[in-house]
Design a binder for this molecule. Sequence first.
Ligand code: GLN
Ligand code: ZN
Length: 751
Amino acid sequence: MTTTIIGYPRIGSHRELKFAVQKYFKHEITADELAQTAAELRQQNWQTVSAAGIDQLTSNDFSYYDITLDTATLFNIVPKRYKDLNLSTLDEYFAQARGYQGDNGDVTALSMKKWFNTNYHYLVPEFDDDTDVKLVGTKIFDEYKEAKAQGYATRPALVGPYTLLQLGQYNGSKQARDYAADLIKAYDAVLSQLADLGAEWIQLDEPALVKDQTEADLELFTDIYKPLLSNKHGLKVLAQTYFGDVRDSYDLLTSLDFDGLGLDFLEGAETLDLVTSKGFPADKTLFAGVINGKNIWKANYDEKLALIKQLPTDNVVLTTSCSLLHVPYTVENEDKLADKYIKYLAFAKEKLTELKDLDNILAGNGADALAANQALFAKPRYKENQAIIDQVAALKESDFHREPSFEERAAIQKKEFNLPELPTTTIGSFPQTREVRRNRAKYKRGEITKEQYDQFNRDQIKACVEFQEKIGIDVLVHGEYERNDMVEYFGEKLDGFLFTQNAWVQSYGTRCVKPPIIWGDVSRNAPITVAESVYAQSLTDKPMKGMLTGPVTILNWSFPREDISKKETTLQIALAIQEEVLDLEKNGIKIIQIDEAALREKLPLRKSDWYNRYLDWAIPAFRLVGSKVQATTQIHTHMCYSEFGDIIDAIDDMDADVISFEASRADLTLLDTLQEDHFKTHVGPGVYDIHSPRIPSEAEVAGTIHKILKKVPLDNVWINPDCGLKTRGTTETTASLENVVAATHQVRQEL
Ligand code: GLN
Ligand code: ZN
């Protein structure tokens, strides 16, 4: 067998690319200097992958910002508004990625969306009626040649034509299909040139196939690939899929003239079944994704070998389940994590070794590697927390239901809080100013004591409460000054989490995240937020919201365990957060917000899986957190995106008393769905967009409130910004919130 990967991370093991690109944005380095850094990173990657013994290397998996944007740019799919700026190719590229404001004009960025079920984001290619699809770029050839000059024969990777069309946004009257003919020509030109340059393979990434495919989808796929594969110019073509299985298109894929099919045997629940029951064509190579490209755990070799032995063909290339883009570079950069942890972890570089080990073992010369791996998995990785395991096992149906019913609670709470109509509140965080961050940094470096650190935050809370009282907000928050990140903060205080120093993963462009690792059973050993909330409540007679992160979001923004299900881990987290809820309640906090910012994030790619593989446990896990509180305690939740019109019933089923969400950018269209579905949960649909420094005027906010009132009954409406204010400046926040309160007063008078 041979080994390969689908792609390697590109931000640099110490985020070198991120910093170089940001410097370029600030005109601190030139385009040539940026290109130099990029070339060094590519060289290091090829060297690393090759040194690990991987047989087939990839190229064109590098990107300054995003691979989908690279592909669109390669094919001249660049909206006119960017071309009109008359910038250099590089600057035009960045203008699409992040907008442009300068001497040559003022344009916003392309929209950005989540890349399938990952936390990576791609830029949405925009097709206009006059978009002239043709091969204009050279990146894929340049990088192939660059590798070749260094002695590496690579397989260039490119987003495939079908996925590119499926991800596109169509602004005019033309639809995806109308661009197919030109796109086929453009891909054909790529194949032809790569063949001339001496490439053996090309990898066309077609992850769109793992979503539900309609007849029309499959027809489009056929209509693209039949002609494209009719002349491959001597090149071998790999159709690479990931993030799921290809149950709808397996027959089609095997019938078309591809030379290789890349299948995901981990997230693809039905992949093994497909290849064993239907067989795999003798004339194709199976690129078997057996090493997890998304998680950070060392693979269990016995399990992997058992899987590989079931494959119905010998013509196999061992690979990862998806690009390694979704994992950090290497555990070698983690010098603070004890070896007892490190030995169980495999980031990108270590996954290369795993592929090579499996290959060696199968070839009969990896006995030592196998023995070492077996020894590792023979012993338990961590000490189980039997108490929490039992607690999860003992959960009953009734633990997931709150009594009394929503309607009864609403009536009780109306009396309890006696809030004005259209109560105003905020989502939790207030601006994290430089002083706030500096205070935290000083504390982390040991320059100030815990007492000094806390005192600073208490002063911030006090000022924040005074401000909210002064401008007349009805339900207050403490401002979240003590939190760096809504998941990390809780992870650090719960048992069962590990934190890394350098395990960065690209989220989009220059933005990277460092998700915590869920190492063992999760439990809470002490109150987490009670002190801050109680202090904040002591400063005011108005209700102070306790502020927690929900279990599904904590799970979705961490690296989860693989030895137990996500459901099991989420229930453990839910029980921990439930204890926190009850402690807050016991200490006089009467309104508690449990944020589920990332609830929609891990919704399965196939609609048919939405409920049975996800929502059926995720929604109850949320309910568990708030199920034991008094009827007089009000549970709020917050979700970041308004794209949940299609799961609106599940959201209502969370049985929160109030939900706030981001609606201002979605033009409040979700309100129609709320209305049609008789959404019961009271809602704060976000009256202005906090993602922009723009200050909404009083009239504007009043207009928005009126729009909301046309769709949602007055009694159900809350008034708030659409997300936390932590990334905003103090000046615009003050002005915006004053306008929100003023607008609310105005509307109340008009009622
Ligand atoms: N309570 C959090 C905050 O205000 C919510 C953040 C989020 O939704 N991403 O910062
Ligand atoms: Zn939010």
